[in-house]
Design a protein around this ligand. Structure first.
Ligand code: GCO
Ligand code: MG
Length: 402
């Protein structure tokens, strides 16, 4: 089966998504997510100019060989743009292979290891009271695991707190808006949130929290220790991890489970973290970590070191990424949890999908392939709109991590 055409489709049904469609001479096609939040058109140019022309005429069934061709063959390895482009092609080729086999993708990845994929939703409020109400809403919806974020007194806006509670959208402006950050205000406030949540809801619900790369290792150790009585499922992205060894300090000071990985592109971003047992959950995902092929390798490596999966699933990862991720989540042995932020109705119209939520679990469905398609006519109604994540500054005006 030969690759005859590779199309990149950009659409903005409430937010931007980039989708790759790989067509073959046998009429089968596959799709892959290529969305890199705030850098969407860089990936489009990479795919259109530097990937698509090279793959025309190649055998669509040679997934591993095409992956290595794009990774090793281009000389410039890794990086978010490259690995997102590779991920999109890889996901589309797995979609084609599973369709050709007339099987849902999880069958080709080893078959089902579980009956459903436990997900966590996002509860957030401007203050602790509002976050408590939001957690209650998620429990009523049947969620078994809930991430809780709250506004911090003295900071006008805070990461993770959104106006629209149903559909969280982190890229909020056509140029980056500026937020104010204070580590001391945050560190003082966050244990109060979890104290209140556990007193209200007890210990049966899983609670998670995202620090969004805002602390130093020793600060993260202190926050982790302060949160130990509240038994978090995980503390996410406590410290930026360009320097993986920094996590040794965090680990020495707290037993709160640690998760990281949404900005990682390859095994080389997390090899020491996994090998040295410095984390509990690896949160890399299909679209930004080289597709189904490479993420499966990361997860299998993690399994050897008692590290479980926890894939990123924010709204800026398209339903195509979610579909593919759910097949991997279903098949691997060491699955932990999957993030699930609902997409808007417009987005769901553009991307018809077989996955569905029931009682705290997502299910990939049983249609051949990864079960997600794109309606190109509806997609064409929503042209690209430039959008950025905010940036963060400290009170003295200096730049900080977003
Ligand atoms: C999460 C993430 C997101 C990211 C966003 C960036 O845990 O879901 O931290 O909120 O900020 O996906 O594009
Ligand atoms: Mg996060």
């Amino acid at each position: 089966m030969k690759i005859t055409r590779i199309k990149t489709i950009v659409t903005c049904p409430d937010r931007n998504f980039v989708t790759v469609k790989v067509e073959t001479d046998e009429g089968l096609y596959g799709i892959g997510d290529a969305t890199l939040n705030g850098r969407e058109l860089a990936v489009v140019a990479y795919l259109d100019e530097h990937v698509a022309p090279c793959l025309i005429g190649m055998d669509a069934g040679r997934i591993e060989d095409i992956w290595q061709y794009l990774y090793r063959g281009c000389y410039w390895r890794r990086g978010a743009v490259t690995m997102t482009a590779i991920a999109a092609i890889d996901t589309a080729l797995w979609d084609i292979k599973a369709k050709a086999a007339n099987m849902p993708l999880y069958q080709l990845l080893g078959g089902k290891s579980r009956d459903g994929v436990m997900v966590y939703g996002h509860a957030n409020g401007v203050d602790i009271e509002e976050t408590v109400d939001e957690v209650a809403k998620y429990m009523d919806l049947g969620y078994l695991a809930i991430r809780a974020q709250t506004g911090i007194p003295g900071l006008p806006t805070t990461y993770g707190v959104s106006e629209d509670k149903m559909y969280y959208e982190p890229a909020d402006a056509s140029l980056p808006s500026t937020a104010l950050w204070s580590t001391s205000k945050y560190m003082h406030h966050i244990p109060q949130l979890f104290d209140r949540l556990r007193n209200t809801f007890g210990f049966d619900v899983h609670l998670l929290h995202d620090v969004h790369h805002r602390l130093t290792p020793i600060e993260a150790g202190r926050v982790g220790k302060a949160l130990e009585p509240y038994d978090l499922f995980w503390l996410e992205d406590a410290v930026p991890a360009e320097n993986q060894a920094a996590f040794r300090t965090v680990r020495q000071h707290t037993t709160t489970p640690l998760a990281i990985g949404e900005v990682f592109n390859s095994i080389w971003d997390c090899k020491e973290l996994i090998e040295e047992g410095l984390i509990d959950y690896i949160r890399a995902t299909v679209v930004h970590a080289g597709g189904v092929s490479h993420l499966k390798k990361i997860f299998d490596f993690a399994a050897m070191h008692h590290v479980r999966s926890g894939s990123h699933g924010a709204t800026d990862l398209s339903p195509v990424c979610m579909g593919a991720a759910l097949h991997l989540d279903t098949a691997i042995y060491n699955f932990g949890i999957q993030e699930y932020m609902r997409h808007t109705e417009k987005t769901d119209d553009v991307f018809p999908h077989s996955y569905y939520f029931s009682k705290g679990y997502l299910h990939p469905g049983d249609v051949p392939g990864h079960g997600v398609d794109i309606d190109e006519d509806i997609a064409a109604k929503y042209p690209y709109q430039r959008a950025f994540l905010p940036v963060n500054r400290l009170a003295d005006g200096s730049m900080f991590n977003w």
